[in-house]
Design a protein. Sequence first.
Length: 430
Amino acid sequence: MAEGKTATLTIDGKTWELPILSPTSGPDVIDIRKLYAEAGVFTYDPGFTSTAACDSTITFIDGEKGVLTHRGYPIGELAAQSHFLEVCYLLLYGALPSPRELEDFETIITRHTMLNEQIHYFFRGFRRDSHPMATMVGVVGAISAFYHDSTDVNDPEQREIAAHRLIAKMPTIAAMAYKYALGQPFVYPKNDLSYAANFLHMCFAVPAEPYHVNPVMARAMDRIFMLHADHEQNASTSTVRLASSSGSNPFACIAAGIACLWGPAHGGANQACLEMLREIGTVDRIPEYIARAKDKSDPFRLMGFGHRVYKNFDPRATVMKESADEVLDLLGEHDNETLKVAKELERIALQDDYFIEKKLFPNVDFYSGIILEAMGFPTSMFTPIFAVARTVGWISQWKEQLADPQLKIGRPRQLYLGEDVRDYVPIDKR
Ligand code: CMC
């Protein structure tokens, strides 16, 4: 990795040579691992805007060019030609599967979709109006209490089983959270359906009558899963890695990832975005909202716009926009007002100097909510669906981290700006 290039750091006339590591793609990385030991200083980077916390071979993003690849394959090609479980295999194992490998993998995942029946009692402990993300954080954390034979992170076989269980069970958990909120019976997984079709079935079927999954809907669902499968070292993935660095079990680590994903700056943006589009309501109100987004004294931001890494089109947004058109066409909703507002908002924002200068483009969440709403999901289910899809990314990154011989507990340092040492003052003297 190192090519003999170094960076020179000078402090008070003393210099240190810091190795520079060159990645396959992307900017060089200054290796500061020995900086504190040798120079006695830390680096300061709140929000990790300039810090590579690990090395990885899974996903690459070129934010300036709007490129996203998984194991080298561009997301657009995967979205057009692959399907979610194949992408899961690719993320987990590093290569596209042979037909036999794919069949075996699909069989394994399908055989792990059911949950221990006892877990149903967990759901019953929640209020019916709980946000499904609250239910998911709780239930996913709790399943470590059920699958003791896959919580030893030092055993590669147990790690493998945990990975399969999480990918397989997450749709079941999300669908159960949805059914619970509706007060409807839980629908058990159906192993003759594809991953996406099974999820739709568990969400929308009722025991009283047959439910046939529309293949266009299943394809759109599968694409949404694929487009959210992994995204390099984002906040929730970094949370999973940090939680796992102490040796925590995989179910607890993924529960931590779900908690982080929930926030409106991350996975919660898809819910916030659709709510914003609905609030705008009609195209004539767009200028008012654009003005608010630009007003520094107003905390309002255009949800579904901007990204820490992409300073160009989010390539996932392009595919998502196509899917939105496809699904709404299928449903005969050509005049969908929310889609009209979204398209016009995008058009206006992309011509506005504020958005141009700050390089703010639509992200993956801008169109996904419109598709999910058209499919019949309430906004509260948008982020749980993101969590279902991202589980494979979290798990692949978790596996990669545990296989790394230089794994250390994550322990950021700080720039302390509090009081210096001072004497305790007894309460009667204050
Ligand atoms: N609307 C209006 N202004 C914005 C927006 C926005 N959506 N996003 C960023 N800005 C402005 C921000 O005010 C700042 O201006 P200034 O330099 O004058 O202070 C500048 O652009 C840079 O913003 P930042 O907050 O420093 O950038 P960041 O990289 O820390 O934040 C972000 C990235 C995604 C949190 C942010 O763009 C945002 O809040 N977007 C809306 C929420 C959203 O759609 N999130 C989903 C992200 S994609 C899915 C995922 O990863 O989960």
